[in-house]
Write a protein that binds this ligand. Structure first.
Ligand SMILES: Nc1ncnc2c1ncn2[C@@H]1O[C@H](COP(=O)(O)OP(=O)(O)OP(=O)(O)O)[C@@H](O)[C@H]1O
Ligand SMILES: [Mg+2]
Length: 249
């Protein structure tokens, strides 16, 4: 079972969108996919069509409930949903030994049930993100191709290094994914250089595929539907397929 986390402490770079597109794309390729929403905003939970979940990732990470009781099946597959109760997690787990391993432990019994787990992380470097990185076999960093989005990534490099040192020596950074890409604007030399330098600092690559900014993505999200069914022939849907091929799971 691959556990793939979408991580970037910067907000609005396309983590949740990429999580949904990746999970749905893999599901259409016949993979057994579980979504895990670790963001108190619950964007992914909403996006797959789940309303006000009663039990979610908070209850699982605090060991109030078993993961089997928290997973719900949506029109876009299975999800461990998020609630805004996650906001209190850092304080609640503050002095708990082993708090970094809660997600990893919860996923362990599911390793024969799913082929891929897609983890959507919040825009922080908090306990839930440490849980996501500790449980992951692969990490993808979605980012927009602009200077401010790229600046924060060196801080993320430090976090990844710490995770490798203490909780997940095998953590593999698959690459940086350029999202919300405007294919009519040519990237300046400065931005291209900074993307390459950032990838070097992180010891990873930049995916050849870029996910372009497209209205179909927003429409599918507004309708809480799967982009692959909503706009199967759209260019952005092709981007997602190309990305999944490049990921080569
Ligand atoms: N390829 C795309 N085309 C059009 N809009 C997009 C695309 N990717 C993301 N967006 C939009 O950009 C906004 C931010 O995306 P998203 O919520 O996925 O980012 P995020 O990194 O998960 O944000 P947060 O850090 O708040 O969790 C959303 O309004 C989403 O609809
Ligand atoms: Mg998000």
């Amino acid at each position: 079972m691959e556990v793939i986390a979408l991580v970037n402490q910067k907000g609005g770079v396309g983590k949740s969108t990429t999580a949904q597109l990746l999970g749905n794309g893999l599901r259409h390729k016949g993979k057994r996919v579980l979504f895990v929403d670790l963001d108190q905003q619950g964007n992914l939970t909403y996006g797959v069509g789940i309303n006000s979940p009663v039990i979610g990732s908070y209850e699982v990470l605090t060991k109030r409930n078993n993961i089997d009781d928290a997973i719900v099946t949506s029109a876009q597959g299975d999800i461990l949903p998020a609630t805004n109760r996650l906001a209190g997690l850092d304080i609640e787990l503050f002095s708990e030994i082993g708090k970094e391993y809660r997600l990893k432990e919860a996923l362990e019994p599911l390793k024969n049930t799913y082929d891929v787990v897609i983890v959507d992380a919040p825009p922080t470097l908090s306990t839930v993100v440490i849980n996501a990185l500790t449980a992951s076999t692969k990490v993808i960093i979605p980012t927009q191709a602009d200077i401010y989005s790229l600046q924060g990534l060196s801080q993320l490099a430090n976090t990844l290094q710490t995770i490798r040192q203490y909780t997940n020596p095998n953590l593999f950074l698959e690459g940086i994914l350029i999202t919300r890409y405007n294919d009519r604007a040519i990237l300046t030399r400065e931005i291209t250089d900074m993307i390459d330098k950032t990838a070097q600092t992180l010891g990873t690559k930049v995916f050849d595929t870029k996910i372009r900014e497209a209205i179909a993505v927003k429409e599918a999200q507004a309708m809480r539907t799967d982009l692959f069914e909503y706009a199967p022939k759209a260019n952005v849907t092709m981007d997602c397929m190309a990305f999944i091929d490049e990921l080569n799971l």
